[in-house]
Structure formats: C-alpha cells, structure tokens
Design a protein around this ligand. Structure first.
Ligand code: GDP
Length: 428
C-alpha cells in the first residue's frame, strides 16, 4: 500500500509510536501532519528508548522524515530532538524536511496557552500541555500566524514578527500574565533561521512527487481521534484534525491518496488527567490501579497519570465509521493477563435509554452508563508469542469480541513494547 495512515483511535497513548516503528521498515517517507510538540511517542529499540515529539517515528527505521504543513512547529524542541537522534547514531542529515507552510510556535504561545487554561473554571479547564499548540493553531485561523516561509523571508519577517510578538503581549497582559521581552523573543526566533533553512522545503511537492514515484509513505497521527477538534469530546480535545480528515489539509496529498487507514487502539482505554473530559468506561478502582501500574500509564510529555478503563467499542465504532478504518492494530493486550472478567462496552445508556452513536453533548456523555459484555480473562504472559495459533484461546476470543463490536478487523496484535513483540493476525 503506497500511502498508509496510522492514527490513534482512542484518547491518545495507544502505542502509535511502536506500531509506526513496526510498519516503517517498509516506508520510504514518514510524515507528521497535525499537532505539534504536545505529542509524545515512546519507541523502544533494544536498550534505547526514544521519545519523539515532532520528528516522525519512522525516521528511526530509516525513513525520510517529513514535518508537513499541518504541524505547528516549535523549533526549540525540534532542534533538541534532532541533536538527540544524531547523538544516538540515527542518520538524519538530509533526511528530515520541514514544510515552508508550517506555522511556528512563537515565544508567547506557550505562556498564553497556560494563562488561558488557568483562567478557565475547573469544569471547563482543558488541562492543555501548555506548549502553545492551541494558541499557535488559533492564531493560524485568526490570520495572525507566522510560518516557516515568513521567517525565511527577510521583508515579511521585518514587517510581521515584532508586530505579532507585541500582539501576544497584549493578550498576556489582558490575562494578568507575565509579558515576554520582545527583543529577546526576536533574537530567539531569528536564531532559528540558519539551521531551519536547509531543512525547509515545499513538502506538498515532495510528497506528491514521492507518491507519483510509487514511494511508500507512512503518515503518522499524533494525539487521537477522540481528541479531534470536530469529532472528539469538545472542548476537551486537541486543536487539530487528528484522523484521516486532517491528512489532506495537513500534507497537501489529495484526500483520495490514502490507500490504507490503520487505527491504533489499546486493548483497554486510558485518558490523560484526573478529570478533564468524559471517560465513560472508567474501570473499578482495583482494576484501574493494576492497569495503571502494569501498563505504566503516565504521560510521555507531562508525566501525569492516565485514567484507565475498559475497552469502549461505542467510542471506537464512532472512530471507525468517521475514518473508514481498514484495520486495527490492538496494543498492550499483554497488560490484561490474569484480569477476570474482561469487559467490553458495547452500548451506552443514558437516562434509561440506549443511545445510538457517540453523543456530542458533554453532559449526556458524562451521564452515560456503559453496557458491558463480560468475557473470561486469560492467563499467562503473551509477550513471547509471535504466531496467532499460540495465543491462549480466551485472548483470541477477546480480540474477536472487539472485532465484532467495532465492525473492523484487528490486523496487528501488540504483546509488548518491542518492535518484535507484534503478532500479524491477518496479512494486509
Ligand atoms: P503513543 O503516543 O501512542 O505512541 O503512546 P505512548 O508512547 O504514550 O505509550 C505507549 C507506551 O506503551 C510506550 O511506552 C510503549 O513502549 C508501550 N507499548 C506499546 N505497545 C505495547 C504493548 O503491546 N505492550 C506493552 N506492555 N507496552 C506497549
């Protein structure tokens, strides 16, 4: 399949990094198309652990990395990440490209993001990562953004940069937050020019030409489909289009270019933060504690503990329908060993009524009661298994019950963090 998109199908942290890494030994190009340095993928290769925020995970397997126009770019993060990759022996020179259309996270975007979130009431606080992604995305839509192309054009830079930074300060002041020092901010932004210029290109052409030459392109989603700005649990969402809906606008590839859509889902669900956003299938506290500890459910970027719950086939069905998912990569099933019973949420009930679909209304979602199908648990470690036939029958039954509930096949089953700890259940 020349153009494949891999994206998270739940609330993030599904193990996209690992699945992308597994698939990317076949890829010529690895592409990020949305979000920014608020993402965090953890990839374990042998003894090394890589935490990627902006560089596509596929570069670790040798693909050419493309940070496309839909990403909002924090050059400070990218610079550090590239240095780390270089120091760990990953060949990235001339192999990572940045879109000239990507918007830049300016020095006030982070403080403004934090000040805005702090000014919200407890109930409506988004608990953003505070990295300036939403404020940068917002400015893009307010025509107050500053792109890589603008940075590299001396006249545009002269006319726009200081003006935009001063506008940032006006907003910081209005929220009672500390202002940035404009001269320092100008110097910081200008320090990006020299090293960013050689990486910068028209990535729309790069990708279109790669596609025309039948190169294999792996498009990597960050965050996840239930955090999509349109289809997620608004306003407890991220500021971009996280599924296939964002790929065309975020890369310049035509919408019909995507040949294969793979949704990554955990065999249970997690959601970052203690209370921001609905989480209908929260598990009983004893089970949640086991999942959190065994699954190491703490944020890569924030270190915050994640809420843990049962597999939610209602939410995932919504995602499969929205994205026309071809297959699912189911991760972390090993974490469920010896938990009995295993529960799958097959419907929501609200005020005694079964709901059809995934509600937009936050209050309804918060009042929903999950209807569970219980299955017997399986025992034993799965991480050494490589062949579908060697899986315990109850683990297979659990996967089949998920497939039935979401109406989509599970193609890959991940039984551990390593690249090799992956079972191909069906050929692609
Ligand atoms: P991402 O942002 O979707 O890539 O997810 P994170 O990096 O936040 O979290 C995934 C974590 O789970 C990483 O530490 C992975 O190494 C780990 N992981 C991925 N797949 C599996 C799996 O099948 N089993 C186990 N035990 N860990 C996994």
């Amino acid at each position: 399949m020349p153009v494949t998109c891999v994206f998270g199908a739940q609330w993030g942290d599904e193990g996209k990094g690992k699945i992308v890494d597994f698939l990317s030994h076949d890829a010529d190009y690895a592409v990020r198309f949305q979000g920014g340095a608020n993402a965090g993928h953890t990839i374990r290769i042998g003894d090394e652990t890589f935490a990627q925020r902006l560089t596509p995970s596929g570069v670790l397997a040798g693909a050419i990395g493309v940070i496309a126009n839909g990403v909002v770019l924090d050059p400070n993060v990218l610079q550090r990440e590239l240095e780390t990759l270089r120091s760990k022996g990953i060949d990235i020179d001339g192999r990572v490209f940045v879109s000239d259309r990507a918007h830049l996270v300016l020095p006030f975007h982070g403080p403004l993001d934090r000040a805005l979130d702090a000014s919200r009431s407890d109930r409506w606080r988004n608990n953003t990562t505070g990295r300036g992604i939403s404020t940068c995305m917002g400015d893009k839509h307010l025509y107050e953004g500053f792109r890589v192309a603008d940075l590299l054009n001396a006249r545009v830079r002269e006319e726009r940069l200081r003006y935009l930074l001063e506008r940032g300060n006006v907003r910081l002041r209005s929220l009672g937050a500390e202002e940035i020092v404009i001269d320092e901010a100008v110097a910081e932004v200008e320090s990006w020019i020299d090293w960013l210029r050689p990486l910068t290109t028209d990535t729309t052409r790069l990708l279109q030409d790669a596609r025309a030459a039948d190169k294999r392109i792996l498009i990597e989603g960050a965050q996840a489909a239930l955090l999509d700005v349109d289809f997620g649990t608004y306003p407890f969402v991220t500021s971009s289009s996280t599924g296939l809906n964002g790929v065309a606008s975020g890369t310049g590839l035509p919408p019909r270019a995507i040949d294969n859509a793979i949704a990554v889902a955990k065999a249970y669900v997690t959601r970052v933060g203690s209370d921001a956003g609905p989480f209908p299938t929260a598990a009983e506290p004893d089970v949640a504690a086991v999942l959190q500890e065994r699954g190491r459910e703490f944020g890569t970027v924030t270190g915050r503990p994640r809420r843990c719950g049962w597999f939610d086939a209602v939410a995932m069905g919504h995602v499969c329908r929205l994205n026309g998912v071809d297959s699912v990569a189911l991760t972390k099933i090993d974490i469920l060993a010896d938990i009995d019973p295993l529960r799958i949420c097959v419907a929501y009930e609200c005020d005694g009524q079964r709901l059809d679909g995934f509600p937009a209304d936050i209050d309804t979602l918060q009042r929903c009661r999950p209807v569970y199908e219980d299955l017997p648990g399986f025992s034993g470690a799965l991480s050494g298994i490589r062949e579908p036939a060697d899986l315990p029958a109850r683990a297979r039954e659990y996967v089949e019950a998920i497939e039935k509930a979401i109406g989509t096949d599970v193609q890959l089953l991940s039984v551990g963090p390593e690249r090799t700890e992956t079972i191909t259940l069906r050929a692609s």
